[in-house]
Design a protein around this ligand. Structure first.
Ligand code: C5J
Length: 230
């Protein structure tokens, strides 16, 4: 058992137990991040999400070196869209709906190039990849069981987008009793004001959903931890 390490964060330092903490990377998918992809065709500025990649790549490398469980998620649907609620399918511009052909294959459909994770953050063989039909990573997935089986009590949450899938997952995790640290520079929103307010909402009221820190703070303490051998 390794002692918890203290990560500077809001509203107070986050006591991170290396043996029972998982790093989560939410939906770092080409459909959301690449120029010409689904996110951009909706009129969004994808550079707002791309800035997350370099610090998150450093965190991913450090988490792997420290022996943390790493969990990637992907938002998307079965090719026949049977797991996509009609209300979600109907929403948005009719020419760019889930399942329609896009620059990187059928939009948000499992198995398509655009549905997969960007090259810089590609999962290693053996790392968990959770395919989720909803915004939250706990809804209709095996995530909770996977975390419980691994003895995980604390989560470091990263990914996109801050106010949608990151927020939903943080709230779900908080309700299930996990302590959650969100890394401000490793989560991204297409909308700067949602990024700011989304982060504020996590740590306000004494940390109503969790803690907010950044990659520099986490990296400075992760480098002092070694993988436990027991
Ligand atoms: C969105 C997500 N924004 N991963 N998905 O539709 O946040």
């Amino acid at each position: 058992m390794t002692e918890p390490v203290l990560v500077p964060a809001d509203p107070e330092p986050f006591a991170l137990p290396p043996d029972t903490t998982a790093l989560m990377l939410i939906d770092m998918q080409r459909d959301f991040l690449l120029p010409g992809g689904f996110g951009e065709t909706l009129g969004n500025d994808v550079t707002q999400l791309q800035r997350v990649v370099p610090p998150l790549a450093r965190v991913l490398e450090a988490a792997r070196a420290a022996g943390l469980l790493v969990v990637h998620t992907r938002e998307g649907h079965l090719p026949d869209l049977s797991d996509c609620p009609p209300a979600k399918l109907r929403r948005g511009n009719p020419s760019q709906r889930i399942g329609d052909p896009g620059r990187y294959g059928r939009i948000l459909v499992r198995g398509e190039y655009g549905h997969d994770i960007v090259d810089e953050l590609a999962p290693l063989p053996g790392e968990a990849v959770i395919d989720k039909p909803g915004k939250g990573a706990f809804y209709a997935t095996g995530l909770e069981q996977l975390l419980r089986d691994a003895g995980i009590t604390h989560l470091v949450v990263t990914g996109v987008t801050t106010e949608v899938c990151v927020h939903t997952t943080v709230r779900e995790a908080n309700d299930r009793g996990f302590d959650v640290l969100v890394l401000a520079d490793c989560v991204g929103s297409y909308f700067p004001e949602f990024q700011r307010v989304g982060l504020r909402m996590v740590s306000a009221q004494g940390g109503i959903f969790g803690w907010v820190g950044d990659s520099t703070a986490l990296l400075s303490v992760l480098s002092t931890t070694a993988p436990s051998t027991v």
